[in-house]
Every structure is written in C-alpha cells, then in structure tokens.
Design a protein around this ligand. Structure first.
Ligand code: SF4
Length: 756
C-alpha cells in the first residue's frame, strides 16, 4: 500500500480488544499507524473508545514484533530463525507423523476469541475435515462456555436475544458478576448515560467486591463468593410469593424444567423456591445483604417497564456456571422481562470474536460452524457436503475440551498441538500443573502470534509470526450478534504472514505428506488467491453462504461488500442482502408472534420474528439449587480468592504490557485485602504478601481497601511476572456441563512477608 507523504488516512474497523465491539478508525501516515479514534456514527460506541483501545495502535509498531519463523527441536534449546518454507515443512511433518504414528486424536488446535472468524473457521476445517479430529478448542472455553450452556438450556439457542440498544430503553439494569466499568468500559458508559439522563432508572449491582461498577449502583448487594445462586432463587421466591410474575407471558411462552428437562407444573417450582426466603438467602450470603434488600431488588426487577441484566465471568467462571446463567434467565422468564424493548438477559462476552469466530464458526470441540453439534450426524453431513468431502469424514465424537486437552498433553496423548493467538501457560487455571506437560518435548507445539509470550518461551517448538489487526482483512462478531469487518490498512512487518495464508500453505504440505486428497480438497477453494483480501473473502463466503444457511446465525446477507457498507456491522440473522442492509435483527425472538409461523428459512422474508428454539417453542424455567463452589475456605486456607480484570490491561498483557502509558497506569498486579482482614493480619498498604493455595504461591504487594468483602482477597490476572501470575494459585475445577473452569473462587491463605 502506498501513501502520499504526510497524509493521515483513516481506516475503519473494529477494536481488537474486548467483546464490546467498538467501531474504530486507525490513522495511518506514511504507511505507519499514528492514532486510533472511535467512529462517531457507530451505534455501538458513538465515537468513544476506552484507554486500552485508544493506545492500541502503539502495539502494532512495537520493536518486539516477531518477523521470522523460529524453531527449536527441543524446548531446552534456543530458537533459531528459519525460512517460511522450512517452518511449514516442519509443521506439516510433525502433524503428519503424529497422525500416522499415534492416530488422528493425537493432534489438537487451541485457538482464541481474538482470532478472526476466517482464521478460526479455516483452522477447524483443516483439523476436522483434513485431520479428522474434533480436538478443536479455544480460550473462549475459559470465559463464556457457561453462557452458551445457559442460553441453550433456557432459551434453546445460543447468544442473546437483544443487544445494547436495550440499554436506552431499560428502567432497571441488573449487573451481576461483572465489573463492566473496567472490563467492558464503553458499553458501561451507555449504562451510566442512561442513569444520568433518567434518574429514575435503577442500577443494581450484585458482586462480592466494591468496584467501579458498584459505585454507580443504587443498590449494591455484596455477598460471599459463590452464594449468588441463593440470591437469584430468593429473588424468584419474592416474585412468586408476591405474584409479581407475568402470568400471561408464562402461559404463552414458558415451560418449567427440572434435572434433565422434565416438565413439571408451577406448583412444584413454587415448592422448590419455598426455602429460598430472603432471610435464608441473606444468611447464606454472609450477612452484608439484608432480606429487605433482596425483596427490594426483586420488586424493582419485576415491576420496571424494562429490566436488562448483564453478567460475565463472575457467573460464567464457576463450577455452577450454567446454573447461575439459568437463574438469571429464570428471573427474566418469570417476570416477562424479555422479548420486548429494554428487557433482556444479556451475557457480556470477553473477547472481540469469541461469539463470531468460536461460538458461531465452530471453534469449540463439540460444535461445528453454524451452531451445529458435532454429535449429530445430519449436521456433520451438512458440513461435509459444504466442504465437498466424503460423508463420515468428520468424526462423531466431540474432541477434548480445554482442561481435558491440556490434561491429555500432560498424559502425553497429544503429540502435536497448534496454539493460535493465546497464551495458555499464563491463562489456564492451576497453570503450574499444565505447564509441566507443555514444557516437555512429548508434545510438539506450533505457536502463531505477533509477540513472544510465556507460552512461546516455555512450550513452543515452532513460532510463526503473524500479521496483526489492520494488517489483514476479516470479520469479528461481538457480544450482541453483530458481525463487523476490518479491512487491511497497512502491510504487516516483513516476514509476518496472515494466518489464512499460513493455514493454506501448511495444509498443502500436509496433504502431500499424508498423501490425502481430502486434505487437498479442504484448501482447494482457496488456492491461488491473494492473501490480503481475496483469500479471507473466499473463506468468509464459504462459511456465511454455505454454512449459515438455515441456521439461526444466518449471515448470507452479510457479504464483505455489505459489511463494508454497514459501518456498524450486521446483527444476525440476516439472510438476505436487503435485510442485512437494514442492520439485521435487533431482537431475535419477539413476543406476540405465532412461534410456529414459518418465516424461518425463507429467503424472501426477514427473520425479524421467530420463536424460541426449544422443540416445544417455549422458554424453560429451571430449578437450580444453591451449591457450594469446589473449594471453600477452611482453617488451613481461610480466605476466598477471586480474580478479575482491570481497565488498563488486556488478558496476558502481551499487547497492553508493551504500551508504556498503560504500563505506567498499572505496572503490576497486587492483592486487594479488606481493611478489617489487613488489620487482623498485620498487613499495611504496600507490604509484600504471600498468597498460597493448595496449588501454588505468589508474592504480591498489598492494596488495602474496602473493595473485597471481608474474608476475600482479589487479584487481577494479567500480570506475567512469575511471582504474581495468579493462575498458579487458582483452581482448575470446572462446570460439568460447560467445562468452564472456576477461576472466580478458590480457597487461599495470606501472610505478610515484608514491608514496602
Ligand atoms: Fe476496545 Fe473494548 Fe475499549 Fe471498546 S471498550 S475500545 S472494544 S477495549
């Protein structure tokens, strides 16, 4: 790309960081990024960006960018630069050898919610259709798998019904298990705006910690970690006792479920709720929440003109993550705070493309593109047909979920693994345990990334440097079913390549080494295409045209050309170009319709109105009891530990840790200790504190403040320093349904080790 000297050209795209999906413009001068700003016309961010987003362009130019493939035969050796041809040959050879000697399930792909949809889709195609394994996973398992489970079991279909547009119509905003102010700052700004413009709007925050989010709340319910299922059931108890439920809505739309979705009557549900009196729940929750507060929030939730709930990791990263999601949905279903403007049960997504690429594009071990379940033969056959590969090529058994995948690495069952755009060495819970396996030479690891990370240092044999955001073209799908395109604006550094090129070239060598024409068939539609635009476009076309047809995430109308016209993207379903050009579907289920009406699947009708996706066309209310987390404090480990995010940094800090302004704002992690606990333990601000669980120990400076409830400590998880990497301490228990780990709660002890 050639620019006139001194001219700043603005290129439109999406932010590469959190799941809000802000529309941004990258300013490029003389071929180099010089600034980033929000797009004022965007209905997502109205021109705003947060401080992470604003500084993002500085990551692109950083001197640490990887620019040549690096290889070491053993993880004990030093890396040596090699050519792309050699690198791809080695990668193909290692995967082919693993398959030949140890079978198809000895290889695995571990991806990211930060990858473009085209990348996730193409990788999973190569692993499933090419290498015949469903060992396809990604880091979204760690942050939103429980939300998927919750949506599927309550509504019968994944992803939210509404979106951010409900904020401006909501009269009650219920935020639970989310520090939105820091983790999703620009969408939180809309919540604040709504509250400032309308003082009657109620904001309720339920969270064990006082955060920037709770500070604007009218009511903050601060409770002991892991007791929120009691709170949510107690709110339902009040709603039922005081007959605040929406009887007509229940009659029309709702079925009541227990255990494995067995229908029961409402009386049995009332019976289940009987014990969850506000007094009972308040006692479980730890005494800071009063029964009257629970009554008050239940009433406000039920009686507002529109109640909108938000949550994220606080509910998802739990052993009862799916249950917690179900109980939030229950409140909306009971009260009819759903399927209307200003009312929705909206799970915030952590990463920019966890929804679009991974949930929708087939990036988890049990799902194929288009929200298809691997286990269903008919759905597998649809994918095989779209790819032009023989029936039965995709294996029927789901692959390893994330924790099982890294357990399999420890057990030497995975012989070759591709880690893309993520750093499991830092981001897995109880990471010491899994890092042991990753550090061994039994598993050959390829890492595709832009910077060295703890994972490339410890576990990679081969590092392939990739193009970064705005150096390639592709689509992101954010929290609210919205797909947005980002076009290539600048060339990547010499030596770095777009992933779609890497996958294709690797695939060709793999086909040769395994002498397998089906692998060649997987890349055939993409042969000969230029990688900056033509190749990702062809991949997007295959996915959107062939694999979303007839699915709830129908994106056939959202071609690259349409997405480029729509500065704000398109919300699916959007089956036709004409409909996509209206912006797509704002609410995917709408009340007052005949749920059996056949507008679904017809090209000539927008999908504006169709019903819940359970076979009975009902929303399901679930009975989910309060249950303890896997580990609760005891005499030896008397504190709860919870972890989270801060506004200045992103994930493992491989990007934001390289921006000096963000580093200056928050250079290292600390342990937040409640003043009462600090006094008892003799800890003063800035003291070095040892934090120990049954799995590991960190030493971090203390921040003494009233944020965490007494008996709980808190740390953010971004810090890479070996003494402060908090996932050495967290627990790797996981939800049996969603398989999402319980990062949010474990037991620990703390001890002052030295002064500041
Ligand atoms: Fe980017 Fe999220 Fe900040 Fe928006 S809120 S600018 S998407 S990091």
């Amino acid at each position: 790309l050639v620019y006139a000297a001194s001219e700043t050209v603005w290129h439109r795209g999406s932010c590469r960081l959190c799941g809000v999906g802000c529309r941004v413009e990258l300013g490029v001068k003389n071929g180099t990024p010089v600034a980033l700003r929000g797009v004022p016309e965007s209905r997502t961010n109205f021109g705003y960006v947060c401080m992470k987003g604003m500084h993002f362009w500085k990551v692109m130019n950083h001197a640490d960018r990887l620019t040549t493939p690096l290889y070491r035969a053993s993880k004990k050796d030093k890396f040596k630069p090699i050519s792309w041809d050699e690198a791809l040959d080695i990668a193909a050879d290692k995967f082919a050898t693993a398959v030949k000697e140890h079978g198809n399930d000895s290889v695995a792909y571990y991806g990211s919610g930060q990858a473009l949809t085209e990348e996730t889709y193409f990788f999973q195609k190569m692993f499933r259709g090419g290498l015949q394994t469903n060992n396809v996973e990604g880091n979204p398992r760690l942050c939103m798998a429980s939300a998927v489970g919750g949506y599927l079991t309550s509504f019968g279909a994944d992803e939210p019904i509404g979106g951010y547009a409900d904020i401006e119509k909501a009269d009650c905003i219920f935020i639970i298990g989310s520090n939105m102010a820091e983790a999703h700052p620009v969408v939180f700004r809309r919540v604040m705006r709504r509250k400032l413009d309308n003082p009657d709007v109620t904001v309720i925050n339920a969270d064990p910690r006082i955060s920037l989010t709770s500070r604007i709340a009218d009511i903050h319910l601060q409770f002991h970690p892991g007791t929120d299922l009691a709170l949510l059931n107690a709110m339902a108890h009040v709603i039922v006792k005081e007959k605040l439920y929406d009887e007509a809505f229940l009659k029309d739309y709702v079925a009541i479920k227990k255990g494995k979705a067995v229908s029961i009557d409402f009386a049995e549900y009332e019976q289940f709720l009987e014990k969850y009196t506000p007094e009972y729940a308040a006692k479980i929750m730890g005494g800071k929440v009063t029964p009257d507060q629970i009554r008050e929030v239940a009433r406000r939730f039920a009686t507002s003109k529109g109640t909108l709930s938000f949550w994220t990791m606080g509910l998802n990263q739990r052993k009862q993550g799916v249950w917690a999601n179900n109980l939030v949905h229950n409140l909306h279903i009971l009260t009819g705070q759903l399927l209307k403007e200003g009312a929705d049960s909206l799970s915030l997504t952590g990463q920019p493309n966890a929804c679009g690429g991974v949930r929708e594009g087939g990036g988890l071990c049990h799902i194929l593109p288009g929200h298809r379940l691997v286990a269903k033969e008919k759905l597998r056959n649809q994918v095989e047909e779209a790819w032009g590969i023989p029936k039965g090529r995709i294996p029927p058994k789901p692959g390893y979920h994330t924790m099982a995948m890294f357990t399999a690495v420890n057990e030497k069952k995975i012989k070759a693994m591709w880690v893309h755009c993520t750093s499991p060495v830092q981001s897995l819970p109880n990471c010491n345990l899994y890092n042991e396996g990753m550090a061994k030479d039994d598993c050959f690891m390829v890492c595709t990334d832009i910077f060295p990370t703890l994972t490339t240092e410890l576990a990679a044999n081969l590092i392939l440097p990739t193009a970064f955001h705005f150096e390639k073209t592709g689509v992101y799908g954010c929290t609210e079913r919205r797909s947005q395109i980002t076009r290539k604006a600048i060339d990547p550094p010499k030596g770095a390549k777009p992933e779609v090129w890497i996958i294709r070239e690797w695939g060709r060598k793999l086909a040769e080494k395994l002498n397998d024409p089906v692998i060649a068939q997987c890349i055939k539609p993409f042969e000969g295409l230029e990688e900056g635009y033509e190749l990702p476009k062809a991949i997007w076309d295959e996915y959107s045209q062939k694999l979303t047809k007839g699915r709830d995430n129908d994106l056939r109308g959202a071609s690259y050309e349409v997405l480029e016209q729509m500065y704000d993207g398109v919300q699916w379903p959007a089956p036709t170009e004409a409909f996509a050009l209206t912006g797509g579907t704002v609410k995917k289920f709408v009340r007052g319709m005949d749920p059996m009406a056949d507008s679904h699947g017809k090209d000539d009708k927008p999908y504006q109105f169709y019903g819940p996706a359970h076979p009975d066309q009902k929303l399901w209310l679930w009975q989910r009891p309060q249950a303890d987390p896997e580990e609760i404090p005891d005499a030896e480990y008397p504190f709860y530990l919870s972890t989270g995010r801060i506004i200045d940094h992103w994930h493992t800090m491989s990007m934001t840790g390289r921006v000096k302004e963000l580093l200056r704002a928050n250079p290292y992690s600390y342990i937040e200790v409640n003043p009462a606990d600090a006094k008892r333990m003799g800890i003063k601000p800035g003291d070095m504190v040892e934090i120990t669980s049954r799995r590991g120990t960190n030493i971090m400076p203390a921040k003494v403040y009233e944020g965490p409830i007494e008996g709980m400590v808190f740390a953010y998880w971004h810090d890479q320093h070996p003494d402060r990497m908090i996932n050495k301490v967290t627990k790797d228990a996981y939800d049996p349904g969603s398989k999402e780990p319980e990062f949010k709660i474990c037991a620990c002890r703390i001890k002052r080790v030295s002064g500041p």
